[in-house]
Design a protein around this ligand. Structure first.
Ligand code: ATP
Ligand code: MG
Length: 357
């Protein structure tokens, strides 16, 4: 029997509520299948760790993760710690340290969810947004001079490398090719950003030649937001830079009904290192400790984790359970307009998953 080594990092806020729920689901799953089991290691990194040690995770933290098969992550963020510390000190450190250069964000309208997207197009919308996760606008290069003076200036430099763009384009084209519609939209802003984004466009054109069966088009990022609402069925796989995809994927999550249900994977496609799966929502301190956190985003992240491990049957089994849960309004948490608690939704999921597939 195969044993997968899974690192869990609940992090801050409601991460500490949804990650135990995700772990309970994986444990239930392991109990129902003969095929595999999990060995978990929990890491208490995050803002509490920062208060005690002055850093969000230990210096040798990445080494502890390298030997794992996958990582399940909650969220990093705390009202008393500046955002750039929580973000750069933990999540981005792991993404960059383990070269998880492809951030993958699926969007679908789940049964029973009052998604604004339902009013925009057909109910079977199925998008996946690929976000470049290692460079671009979030490369961290820049600086600030002459603070407080009239000549004060600051820069954030967006760096795209040929190698970085080629690998994310190839990943996106390959993903589009693997999906039924074989359709890719490359999001750009080369009309205004005249250097890096022009190279981005050129490389898209170059990589497209390797995938003659993929239909692809190019869309300016501003037009892409409008198209998501006005012509949603014209989209399938979408690839964009770090910042552009950050914005598009929050829009996609809101259109699908709630930040609380959307998952994401930070993938190392070459599988040199473990990939990391997480709900897209943050620490949400406003609802922490009240049992209001929707765990569906974490459960869907578990589906992505299982798919990444190659356990496609188990992944489909968990996804069917998610669809049954969202279809039942009695199991909707407050963000979906219901009164169910995190514990109730988790118990319902575990019961469904516990029945043989
Ligand atoms: P962070 O600073 O870590 O991003 P945040 O406080 O900005 O955290 P988000 O997670 O970005 O919070 O979410 C914004 C709001 O959406 C939250 O304040 C919360 O009310 C709601 N929300 C987010 N995730 C969930 C969830 N899983 N279940 C229910 N409501 C949620
Ligand atoms: Mg937030």
């Amino acid at each position: 029997m195969k044993t997968y080594r899974i690192a869990t990092i609940p992090g801050d806020g409601i991460g500490k509520e949804v990650i135990p729920a995700g772990k309970a689901l994986l444990e239930t799953l392991a109990g129902t299948t003969q095929g595999f089991t999990f060995e978990f290691e929990d890491f208490d990194w995050g803002a509490d760790y920062y208060r005690a040690h002055g850093i969000m995770m230990p210096a040798d933290g990445l080494d502890a993760l390298r030997g794992k098969d996958a990582i399940l992550f909650g969220s990093a963020g705390d009202p008393d710690v500046p955002d750039h510390i929580t973000l750069w000190g933990l999540r981005l450190k792991i993404c960059q340290g383990l070269d998880q250069y492809a951030n993958v964000r699926p969007t679908r309208i789940l049964p029973g969810i009052d998604a604004p997207l339902k009013r925009c197009g057909p109910a079977d919308l199925n998008w996946v947004i690929v976000r470049e996760n290692s460079e671009g606008e979030y490369s961290g290069v820049g600086g600030r001079v002459h603070q407080g003076q009239p000549i004060e200036a600051a820069t954030d430099v967006s760096i795209l490398t040929r190698a970085g763009v080629e690998r994310i384009m190839r990943f996106a084209f390959r993903l589009a090719q693997s999906r039924p519609r074989k359709l890719l939209t490359v999001v750009t802003k080369s009309n205004a950003q005249r250097h890096a984004m022009v190279m981005w466009d050129e490389i898209a054109q170059q990589i497209a030649r390797e995938f003659p069966d993929v239909k692809w088009d190019k869309e300016l990022v501003d037009a892409a937001t409008a198209r998501m609402v006005n012509r949603p069925a014209s989209l399938d796989t979408i690839v964009a830079t770090n910042l552009h995809a950050d914005i598009l994927s929050d829009l996609a999550a809101a259109l699908a009904g709630s930040l609380g249900i959307a998952p994401t994977g930070n993938i190392d496609p070459e599988r040199r290192y473990p990939s990391m799966f997480e709900p897209i929502h943050g620490s949400a301190f406003d609802i922490m400790g009240k049992g209001l956190a929707n765990p569906i985003g974490t459960f869907w992240s578990v589906v992505m984790l299982l798919e990444h491990l190659g356990e496609t049957q188990a992944a489909a089994h968990v996804m069917r359970a998610i669809e049954k849960v969202t279809a039942d309004p009695a199991l909707h948490t407050r963000d979906l307009g219901g009164i169910a608690t995190t514990a109730q939704v988790t118990a319902a999921m575990c019961e469904l998953v516990g029945k043989a597939a």
